[in-house]
Every structure is written in structure tokens, then in C-alpha cells.
Design a protein around this ligand. Structure first.
Ligand code: G4P
Length: 534
């Protein structure tokens, strides 16, 4: 390795920042994404991303969504530059296409932005995604959105984050009024007020006006009660709030909190700038040869998502690789850790908006898409130089369960092959009943859409017609110490026991209350919401 190449890698890693947005549908993820791209100069007028979202929202049917491809493939990663930084925004599928992929994307992220609707506070999908971030100890940056509309008390929102997520909030800017009386935010480090100017939909970058906290201009533009309420709450915050602790932010124990309104562009730019200042740059990752730093001179990365394109005209598949170390170059030859084969990485793709442009090089923190000749599985490592393998991506707790019945018994073999291959690819988890009479495989999914995908692909790729028989359970937990832990218990009420693809016991519950009941009845039983692959 030449010194120049080593320096090139070091410089590239230094300016890379990678993150995913975690939120509940409708909190404003599309809007915020669009505004970040606007500030990053990647688009010139807000509207482009939104148009795609609208196209996506009107269809709940998966085939329709597939026909309008472009969606998941092109939005898997959005790359843009800002003030010398190379930013990778990983898209986390939501809405109708929420699936295990959404969780897996977080395995490829270095930071997360938690987007909250000020009127709603923490919502279910955000909490689920947060749990995955917590497993990885990802730094979380909180953006409380829609401040231009009536919202909940900001102190109450902070309390909710602290109590429900166990995350210590550090308030970066503090709002003055909400809804119709929202006047702006007080930036605590710069000690100035950023005044809010109401505009319908900010399609251009917002102009910012700053005022001193004691300025007459400010006081005269705000009703006295709102001003004094703001001063009171700020005083409480200064007295009782947490002190800034970057180490705690980086280890996922503290979250910087920003208030703003993505729709009107208010607070987006200061957020982006603070995020770039404090976000974690690509960091070392655990592997079979210990922790490897992104500046390690050899190339390596892992597959976090596989996308099968259902459009019959483009029957290609794309494997998404998170680059971890070294420098990726088009046409380079790498090793595939699981099979020991060598592969030439040709036709790499950089993925942005409607274009698939070819990528010539990439560094730690970047994501590339490769046409998948069928050899990749989720979690696979590819590398050059000394052999190394990254920790796999775990299985995440499914919430939908259905027996999959083969309607053509003569196609037993194709059915088995299809199930096996789709499971290997990570399209779905497969479980089995422990009752010997029930031989049909159980499809276990994080999102319903995964069922549709499996049924369609079994039919189109393996020629087998199937039907689903739903199982009315919605929570799954792996039993930590396996079958022997279950044997010690006479009978678990409120749950059924099934086994996963590796013959490990999994308990299925009708709902969270049933799970809670079992935890209370059997405190000795250790239950996990994720499990390693194999
Ligand atoms: P999502 O991707 O998280 O699902 O949310 P999205 O950005 O699509 O936003 C959901 C709705 O919330 C949109 O309204 C959007 O305009 C609105 N919104 C987003 N940010 C803000 C904000 O800061 N303030 C206010 N007041 N509204 C916001 P919609 O009616 O569904 O669409 P549209 O007609 O506005 O396009």
C-alpha cells in the first residue's frame, strides 16, 4: 500500500458521515429528507422526493409498488455533500413496505436521526426502531418536528424520551411558543434566538434572522405571556437539564434534541450543521480478526440488504454492501468469506433518486449496490487481503405469522427449494410447529408485505401456487437457554412454542400483555427479541 493510498483512505473516512432516520409514518421523514437534500445541493427545489412518496402512498399493493420500481432500489441510500462532508443517508423503508430490511438497514448505519411529531411524541414504529439502535449503541439525534403546529409541552416530550427510552436529552435549541404562537428557537450554545418566519411549503432554503434574547425587537414581536413562559421554561432547563457529554452521545446514552419544522425549512440547516459536528464518523467494527478500523488498508464490507426486482423485464437482483474498510474500486476482485470463492465486483451502482449511476470508488461508511449473481446472503462479508468476517446481522422479532400451504403437492421439491432459498436470502424467517401433525412451514415476518413477496416469488420463480393460513399471534421471543430451559417449566400458558430454522425454541404470544404475563410467571426464563443467525 502506497502512502498516498493510505492518506486517501484516511481523508475519505474523515469526511464521511452516515445515518438513517427512524420515525413513525407521517412524522415528516420524507419532508426532512427532502430538505436535507435541498441544503446539501443534491436537489434544487423541494418536491422531487415527495413526488415519489406520493406515488408510493397511493399503492398498498406490493405488485403495483414493484411495477413502479425505482422506489426501494433507488432510495436505499442518498448521498450528498455539505461543507466538505460526504453524507450517506440510508433510507429505512416504512409505511407499507416496513419489513425486516428496515431493521437491517440500521446495521449499516453509524448514526440515527430520531424524528418525532411534536403533537404525538414517541410512537410505536419509532420505539421499535429505537430498540435496534440501542442494541448497536448508535448515537441518536432527535429532531422534534412540526413546531409550526400545536404540539405537546416540550418539557413533557423530553421527559417521555428520558423515561420511555432511557436516553438523556441534551437540548440544543429551545422553542418559543408552539403552533400559531411559535416564534422560533433559542440556540443555547450561540445564545441567540432564530426567529421563525411562517411560509407555506419551503421549497427554497430559508432565510434566517437572529436576535439577542433580551433584544427589544424580540420582546416587541412576542406576546408578553409567551415570552415569560419561554424564559421560565428555559430557566428550568438550564437548572435541571443534562450537561453536554459527547462521549455519552457517541455511546448512545444521550441524545441532542432539536426543535424545528421541516415543512417550512425552519431549523433544518442548524440541525444539519450540529449533526455533522457531533455525529460519529465511520468507526471500527468487530470482526473475526478483532476490531478493524475503516482506515485498514484492505477493502472489506458486508451485505445488509438484498433486493429482488420483480419486474420481468429486469430480473436482476441487487446486493447492498456497507463498505467498512479500505478502498473499493470498480472491477476489483475480492473474497467471499462464507464460501471461500473469489468474485469480481463489476457493475457497481451508486444509488440516488431515479438514476443508477456507476460508482468507481467507495470508502468506509459508503454503500454500494452490486448485481447479485445469487451467491450473497444477508450478513455475508467480502474482503481482500487477510481473511476476516464481520458479525452477522441478527434475526429480528417477527410480528406476523402464517402457515404457508403448498397447493400443488406434486411440486413438493420446488416448494421446499423455494422456501429454503428465500429464507437464505433473508426475505422471510421460517419457523415450524412443534406439533408433529402440522408440517407446513410458518412464515414469520416483521411486515405483512413480506408474505406477499414470498408468495409471489414462490409462484413466479419456482412455479408453486400457495395459500396462507394466518396464525393470530403478534409477538415472538427466543428462549435464551434453549430447550433445556423450557423443559424445567411444566407448561407455559399464554404462549405457543415453535422452532426456528436452527431448531431453537421460540415462544409466540398473542400480544404484549401475554408476554408480560409469562415474564411475571417465569422470571427464570430468559427471553430475547433478537437472535443470531445460526
Ligand atoms: P413521512 O415520510 O414520515 O410519512 O412524512 P411526510 O414527510 O410525508 O409528512 C407527513 C405529513 O406531514 C405531510 O402532510 C407533510 O407535509 C406534513 N409535515 C411534515 N413536516 C411538517 C412540518 O414541519 N409542519 C407541518 N405543519 N407539517 C409537516 P400531507 O398533508 O400528508 O402532505 P402534503 O399535502 O403536505 O404534501
Amino acid at each position: 500500500m502506497t502512502n498516498e493510498k493510505q492518506q486517501e483512505i484516511q481523508e475519505a473516512v474523515q469526511v464521511r458521515r452516515n445515518f438513517a432516520i427512524i420515525s413513525h409514518p407521517d412524522a415528516g421523514k420524507t419532508t426532512l429528507t427532502e430538505k436535507l437534500l435541498l441544503y446539501g445541493g443534491a436537489i434544487h427545489q423541494a418536491g422531487a422526493v415527495k413526488a415519489r412518496r406520493d406515488q408510493r402512498k397511493v399503492t398498498s399493493d406490493w405488485m403495483e409498488m414493484e411495477k413502479q420500481r425505482g422506489i426501494s432500489i433507488t432510495s436505499t441510500v442518498l448521498q450528498f455533500k455539505y461543507q466538505g462532508f460526504q453524507i450517506n443517508l440510508l433510507d429505512t423503508p416504512g409505511h407499507q413496505d416496513f419489513s425486516e430490511d428496515t431493521y437491517r438497514t440500521l446495521a449499516a448505519a453509524d448514526n440515527a436521526v430520531m424524528l418525532i411529531d411534536a403533537a404525538k411524541g414517541l410512537e410505536t414504529q419509532t420505539k421499535k426502531l429505537f430498540e435496534v439502535c440501542r442494541l448497536r449503541k448508535l448515537p441518536i439525534f432527535t429532531f422534534i418536528n412540526k413546531m409550526d403546529r400545536p404540539g405537546r409541552d416540550p418539557l413533557e416530550l423530553l421527559d417521555e424520551i428520558e423515561q420511555e427510552l432511557g436516553l438523556k436529552p441534551y437540548v440544543v435549541n429551545w422553542p418559543i411558543g408552539t403552533g400559531d404562537s411559535f416564534k422560533g428557537v433559542y440556540n443555547r450554545s450561540q445564545k441567540v434566538i432564530n426567529l421563525f418566519k411562517r411560509s407555506a411549503h419551503g421549497s427554497q432554503q430559508a432565510e434566517v434572522k437572529n436576535l439577542e434574547i433580551e433584544s427589544e425587537e424580540l420582546k416587541s414581536s412576542i406576546e408578553p405571556e409567551i415570552y415569560s413562559e419561554f424564559r421560565d421554561s428555559l430557566e428550568i432547563l438550564e437548572e435541571l437539564g443534562n450537561d453536554f457529554d459527547l462521549e455519552k452521545i457517541h455511546s448512545g446514552g444521550m441524545t441532542p434534541v432539536f426543535f424545528g419544522s421541516a415543512m417550512t425549512n425552519f431549523g433544518v440547516q442548524p440541525f444539519l450543521e450540529a449533526f455533522l459536528k457531533y455525529a460519529l464518523k465511520p468507526d471500527g467494527r468487530n470482526s473475526s480478526i478483532g476490531i478493524v478500523d475503516p482506515t485498514y488498508p484492505e477493502f472489506s464490507g458486508f451485505i445488509f440488504k438484498l433486493q429482488a426486482n420483480m419486474d420481468p423485464k429486469h430480473r436482476d437482483r441487487v446486493a447492498f454492501i456497507r463498505v467498512c474498510t479500505g478502498k473499493f474500486q470498480k472491477d476489483m476482485i475480492v473474497n467471499h468469506a462464507r464460501t471461500g470463492k473469489t468474485i469480481r465486483l463489476s457493475r457497481p451502482q451508486k444509488l440516488f433518486a431515479q438514476d443508477r449511476s456507476s460508482v468507481e470508488e467507495a470508502f468506509g461508511g459508503d454503500v454500494i449496490g452490486l448485481n447479485n449473481p445469487g451467491m450473497f446472503a444477508i450478513g455475508d462479508t467480502i474482503y481482500s487481503g487477510q481473511k476476516l468476517e464481520y458479525e452477522g446481522i441478527p434475526c429480528f422479532s417477527p410480528e406476523f405469522f402464517s402457515y404457508l400451504k403448498n397447493l400443488n403437492p406434486s411440486k413438493f421439491k420446488q416448494f421446499q427449494k423455494g422456501i429454503h432459498e428465500l429464507k437464505e436470502e433473508g426475505a422471510i424467517q421460517i419457523m415450524h410447529s412443534t406439533d408433529g401433525f402440522k408440517r407446513d412451514p410458518i412464515l414469520a415476518a416483521v411486515g405483512r408485505l413480506q408474505f406477499e413477496v414470498v408468495q409471489f416469488r414462490i409462484l413466479s420463480e419456482y412455479g408453486v401456487d400457495t395459500t396462507l393460513e394466518s396464525i393470530p399471534f403478534e409477538v415472538a421471543r427466543w428462549v435464551k437457554d434453549g430447550w433445556k430451559a423450557l423443559e424445567k417449566i411444566d407448561r407455559v400458558f399464554n404462549a405457543i412454542t415453535v422452532k426456528d430454522s436452527w431448531d431453537r425454541p421460540v415462544l409466540l404470544f398473542k400480544n404484549k400483555w401475554a408476554l408480560q404475563q409469562v415474564i411475571t410467571d417465569h422470571p427464570e426464563l430468559k427471553l430475547d427479541s433478537v437472535a443470531p443467525v445460526g
